[in-house]
Design a protein around this ligand. Structure first.
Ligand code: NAD
Ligand code: ZN
Length: 365
């Protein structure tokens, strides 16, 4: 599949297929300004996939250097950004060098930001290797790092020149990571595509278990949705914020659990979407049946839909984390709520009491 991100002269193709990795060089050639590339990957993806990418660059006559970062969210910080930019300069990266991000969202966000600031901006290509990165983070041009104060607080909009989503690399992705990425797939159904949600109810297990056609379809529909929303509102002045469905509550869960292994980002989004639908139902905006349907599907796919009883959850602390999120304007949180599956909308008008009551009920459930 070939999709196009419509952004005028900054527009780019999103290619989705099996075995694209071995064609990286040839597929990149049309967007290359020079004859050199610099590949960034991590220490879990590199050992498995880097050689195939480098071989394809050789075949296309593209000279290359590469570097490997330590995997994990901790690498998305100032220290790793500095080291990465210095290694790019050591390798004599120029304005015409194509930077390649080969990995999940961590590699993509960090590398994209390095590309944005190196010599005031060099071109880069995204080769996302997690389901989450293929359906979400590699498309749309948000790049950045975390700071002590929170996630993604420093960054830049810097669109890639090309996205290569090779479905077959998902075969080595641990199941828990597949499920976490799947939450973002379900998100697109919940935002504005009820038919896709219905398709996922019938085919989600195939997407998760590795059926190639099902994965291709799910990634293509998700990328198409993301590209359409980003094209309409690149800088998130309005409707791009719909992509944050489940994220305000999800961020609170991630902040509370330290952005680690206890709750992965996608798992937090799954829980956060259920919370957004429960809140919508509580406010009389959405049928309870739609909240039940969402929770039922996520549970059926094997995602956590309840909070762990191991931890003492506290409503006030969760609200506090929500208020610390980026999506706050003049002290008011813009919520993504829903009138039902596929009918999400933005509103700053949410009574605090309804949020408190929903959280109290969710924590107790
Ligand atoms: P990740 O990059 O940490 O990858 C998850 C783990 O899977 C890592 O340990 C990685 O080494 C491993 N891995 C990656 N590909 C693999 C493969 N094919 N086979 C085996 N193992 C593989 O996590 P992620 O979920 O891809 O991305 C999360 C990050 O993305 C977060 O930092 C989040 O903030 C960011 N994000 C950014 C955007 C955006 O618009 N820029 C959107 C959503 C999320
Ligand atoms: Zn997300």
């Amino acid at each position: 599949d070939r999709l196009h991100m419509e952004l005028g002269d900054r527009g780019y193709d999103i290619l989705i297929g099996s075995g694209l990795l071995d064609q990286t060089g040839a597929l990149m050639a049309p967007v290359m300004r020079g004859k050199r590339a610099f590949v960034v990957t991590d220490d879990q993806v590199g050992p498995v996939y880097l050689d195939r990418v480098l071989a394809s660059l050789d075949k296309a006559g593209i000279a290359h250097d590469h570097t490997q970062i330590t995997h994990g969210e901790h690498s998305k910080d100032f220290a790793h950004l500095e080291a990465l930019v210095e290694s790019m300069l050591d390798a004599r990266c120029e304005r015409s060098t194509m930077i390649i991000a080969l990995g999940g969202g961590v590699v993509g966000d960090l590398t994209g930001f390095a590309a944005a600031i190196l010599q005031r901006g060099v071109d880069f290509v995204q080769i996302p290797t997690t389901l989450l990165a293929q359906v979400d983070s590699s498309v749309g041009g948000k790049t950045g790092i975390n700071t002590k104060k929170g996630k993604n607080l420093v960054g830049a909009f810097h669109q890639p020149r090309l996205v290569l989503a090779d479905i077959s690399v998902l075969d080595t992705l641990p199941r828990r990571q597949v499920l976490a990425g799947y939450a973002e797939v379900v998100k697109y159904g919940c935002i504005d595509d009820a038919d896709f949600f219905t398709w996922l109810e019938a085919n989600g297990d195939k997407v998760i278990d590795g059926d190639v056609a099902a994965r291709r379809y799910a990634v293509a529909i998700s990328c198409r949705a993301k590209a359409r929303i980003v094209a309409a509102d690149e800088r998130e002045g309005g409707i791009r914020a719909l992509l944050n469905l489940g994220h305000t509550f999800g961020h609170a869960l991630e902040a509370e659990t330290g952005y680690g292994d206890e709750i992965l980002h996608g798992e937090a989004v799954a829980l956060g979407m259920i919370m957004a639908f429960r809140l919508s139902a509580r406010m009389g905006l959405a049928p309870v049946a739609d909240a039940d349907r969402l929770e039922g599907h996520l549970a059926a796919m094997g995602m956590p839909t309840r909070l762990s009883k191991q931890r003492h959850w506290n409503v006030e602390r969760l609200v506090h984390h929500m208020a610390g999120d980026k999506k706050v304007k003049d002290g008011k949180i813009t919520f993504v709520l829903a009138r039902g599956i596929g009918k999400s909308f933005l509103t700053p008008e949410v009574p605090q009491q309804a949020v408190h009551d929903m959280l109290a009920e969710f924590i107790g459930a």
